[in-house]
Design a protein around this ligand. Sequence first.
Ligand code: HXC
Length: 293
Amino acid sequence: MFKDGLLRGKRILITGGGTGLGKEIAARYLELGAELWLAGRRGSVLESTAKELTGKYGGSVKTLSVDIRDAAAVDAMVQRIWDETGPLTGLVNNAAGNFISPTKDLSPNGFNAIANTVFHGTFYVTHAVGKRWIAGGHKGSVVSILVTWVHTGSPYVVPSAMSKAGLHVMTKSLAVEWGRYGIRLNAIAPGPFPTEGATKRLRPGGGFEESIGLNPMHRVGRMEELQNLATFLMAEGCEWLTGETVAIDGAGYLASGSGAYFTQLDKLSDADWEKMRAMIRTQNDKDRAGRTG
Ligand code: HXC
C-alpha cells in the first residue's frame, strides 16, 4: 500500500512497543525505513522484539525500560533519546492497561493501575516529547491508540473508557494549541484486533465470536489494516490532518453502540466473575514476572 522508504528519516518512539498492537506498528514502521525507539516495562520482552524485528527488516531499533506512570522516569527517557540520537519526529502512544471488572468491585488501586498508565502516563510522554519539539523548533506527529469507547463509553471497562476519552480530548486540545508549532496529534480508535494482552484480560476464557456476530462486516480487524492506518497518520502528505480520532472497526460501534460486547457481560454471575478475575490475575502475574524495574 505504501512505497518503500516512506518513513526513511523518521525517528519514532512507540510506547508499549514490545508486544501487541505496538509491536505490529513497529514492524511496519521499521519495514518502511523508520528508526525506532521502543519503550515498555519489560526489558527482556523489548529486547527480543527488537532482535526479531531487526532480524526481519534490518534498520535500527533501540529499547527503553520504563514505567510511564513515573513522570520523572519518562522525562529522563525522552532526554536520553534526544541526547543519543537527536529529536524524535514521531510518537505513538500505545502503552495501556486494562481488565474487565464490574465497576462496583474495583478498588481505588485497581482504578489507579489503569488510569495512572493510560491517562496520566500518556500525558507524561506526550508532554515530555512535545515541550522538547517546541523548545527546539521541531515539527512532530503524535498518534495515540484509543478505542471506540471514547465515543460510546463502555460498561465493565470504565477506568479504561474514562482514561481513553481523556486522551481523545487531549488529542483535540493539543492539535489546536500546538498547531502553530507544526505539531499534529491524531488518534486511532480500533475495534477488536485480537492480541494476547487484550484476549487474556478482556476475553478471559472466551474468544471474539460474539464481536464477530455483532459486527456489520462479520469479522474482527486484520492487523495490516491497523498498520496501514498508523502509517498513513504518521507519514507526510496530509499535514493538515490533525485533532482527529479515526475509528477502524468495520462500523462496529456505529451499528451496536456502547461497548456492545461488554454489555453481554451483564449475564455473568458472581462466580463467573471470580473465575474471570483468576484468569486475568494469572496473565498479570506472568507479565509482572518479566519486568525488570
Ligand atoms: C479487579 C483487579 C484485577 C481484576 C488487577 N486488579 N486485576 N481488580 N479485577 N481482574 C487490581 C489489583 O487487585 C490491585 O488492586 C490493582 O488492580 C493493581 O494490580 P497489579 O496487578 O498490582 O497492577 P500492575 O502490576 O500495575 O498491573 C496493571 C494492570 C495490568 C493494568 C492490572 O493488567 C497491566 O499491567 N496491563 C498492561 C497490559 C494490558 O493491560 N494489556 C491489555 C490492554 S487492552 P488492590 O486494591 O488489590 O491493590 C487495552 C484496550 C483494549 O488497553 C481495547 C480492546 C477493544
